[in-house]
Design a binder for this molecule. Structure first.
Ligand code: ATP
Ligand code: MG
Length: 182
């Protein structure tokens, strides 16, 4: 099925860990508690692994080929700390200890995508779920009352679209954890 794209035929894409319903509910509850009306809408909660930005059809086909057989490890993310980035005014939830397997997964994605001409970000990967945008800060001093234990189920290739009330996302395809997908 073809998806809508902008007049130049470019899609704004990213690779992310997508929450299942149970984790989405926990993330949404935390977001509502700490950020109220500034919270990210429930359906938008995710953890970005690689931001691909504006992508044409040819490049997308190359990415899909490069990602064939991607091995997504079975791992549990433990999201147990808040953070705040003042420049982007983003409140986020992250991990005190990022699982090495997640760091390896991002490195594998970069290695595969580099062969298609993609330039990965220079700054180190920081696993986080954005809970609120345009947040005045600072982050709550206390850690979350209950950390979110998130057994990752899939990595998704996601398209970011503009709706009347802001960005929304559409999963283009996904690779389940624990098996090497085609
Ligand atoms: P909006 O930009 O409308 O506030 P958004 O940031 O969620 O919403 P996108 O900008 O399309 O939507 O971003 C999609 C995902 O990619 C988000 O997780 C976002 O944090 C991440 N992202 C966006 N721009 C970058 C960037 N320049 N570098 C790294 N990650 C990015
Ligand atoms: Mg953005």
């Amino acid at each position: 099925m073809s998806l809508p794209c902008n007049p130049e035929g470019l899609r704004r894409l990213f690779l992310a860990v997508w929450p299942a319903d149970a984790e989405c509910r926990q993330l949404a509850e935390l977001a509502a508690n700490v950020a109220g009306r500034r919270r990210v809408r429930d359906a938008n909660l995710h953890l970005t692994l690689v931001f691909l930005d504006a992508t044409d059809a040819e490049r997308l086909a190359a990415y899909e080929t490069a990602l064939a057989g991607l091995m997504v490890p079975t791992l549990v993310l433990i999201l147990d700390r808040y953070g705040y980035w003042p420049r982007s005014r983003i409140l986020w939830l992250g991990c005190s200890e990022t699982p090495p397997a997640l760091v390896d997964l991002v490195a594998d994605l970069h290695r595969r995508l580099r062969g298609c001409g993609f330039s990965p970000e220079q700054r180190a990967f920081q696993a986080h779920v954005t809970l609120a945008r345009n947040f005045p800060g600072p982050a709550p001093k206390q850690a979350p009352t209950a950390s979110v234990h998130w057994p990752i189920e899939e990595v998704a290739l996601v398209e970011s679209l503009q709706g009347e009330t802001g960005s929304y996302y559409r999963v283009v395809r996904s690779w389940p954890a624990g098996c090497s997908g085609g």
